[in-house]
Design a protein around this ligand. Sequence first.
Ligand code: COA
Length: 359
Amino acid sequence: MSYAAITGWGKCLPPAVLANSDFETLMDTTDEWITGRTGIKERRIAAAETSDMAAVAGRRALAAAGITPDDVDLVILATCTPDRLVPGAAAMVQEKIGAGSAGAVDVNAACSGFIYALVMGTALVRAGSADRVLVIGAEKLSTWIDLRDRSTAVLFGDGAGAVVLEPSDVPAGLMASELGSDGALADILTVKGSGTEALVDGTPGDTRIEMEGREVFKRAVTTMGDAAARVLAAAGLDLADVDLLVPHQANARIIDATARRLGLGEERVFTNIGSYGNTSAASIPIALTEAVEQGRIAPGSDIVLVAFGGGLTWAAGLLRWGERIEPVGESSAMLPSSTESGMELIRRRQRAREASWDG
Ligand code: COA
């Protein structure tokens, strides 16, 4: 049987930082509240677009795999913040990285999107429909942050992460997975006004993140813990076999509660939410990349991936790492340069959004 191993990994974090102390000057909040309730200390704000971050992360992942853009058969981009609705941002990434005439498709399952994309890419490689698949998670959530809503504005950030999937004869890659959704809960975490509904009962352009935080929190903890336990069982493993949990980074308290529900100590949990906030579909590939870079992943490591987000959707996977933890090469790919600070970017974005609502 053929497997679909991860052979390359990479990330792209825009350089502009927005710290909790910056939010103290923008709204009625404190570093103490944000840190205590979420674990977030700062986040990145992109000047470039989602496809730019995705392309940089993608090129870095290709270099780590030691393959060229021409080798890519398919680009799958998990995002709920594409540059435009049409064309999909994946096609822009295909052009930006110079991936010949590779197929390109966006996947939107909000914060669960990267695992959904990984499951799809894995299935195509295992079926022999594609040899080399570039799976990316990239988001520019700062676009939909509304500075008048302190309960959501402080949570989200921008960034991208990517992996390369290639066929493998030895067991590696996703060993088991679960994808789920409950569309009845669509309204508890949503960005309205950007799709076809906008012309029926919304204001075109009136788009911002709306969330019932407590409801989402409760459901995230139970759903993530239970889905992770089910994929572990489906892979024929138990808790003692888990080398690392790499959960979606939405809130440090959700991560802690999920780990507790599973019975995993913090030494087996990867967390970087303090630096980036919730980057939705980008959070798991960024975390995976940092886990490899920090020596938290060894050849053959068994890693539990689990995510939860708008839809509501959830996804979990048991990922077995391959033989190589060193990148084959490095890419010099960079984002277009920008000198704007996180504060300047977020203020400018808010002004543009409010002008579009008023208009
Ligand atoms: N600064 C200061 N106070 C804030 C605040 C902020 N940024 N945001 C909310 N508050 C206040 C509220 O107004 C409320 O005040 P009140 O009691 O006077 O009405 C109080 O804090 C408690 O609000 P509540 O929403 O109940 O807080 P919480 O403990 O549930 O934490 C979240 C709020 C958003 C951090 C939490 O619900 C959460 O993380 N939910 C999940 C979010 C998430 O991860 N979503 C993405 C999933 S992919």
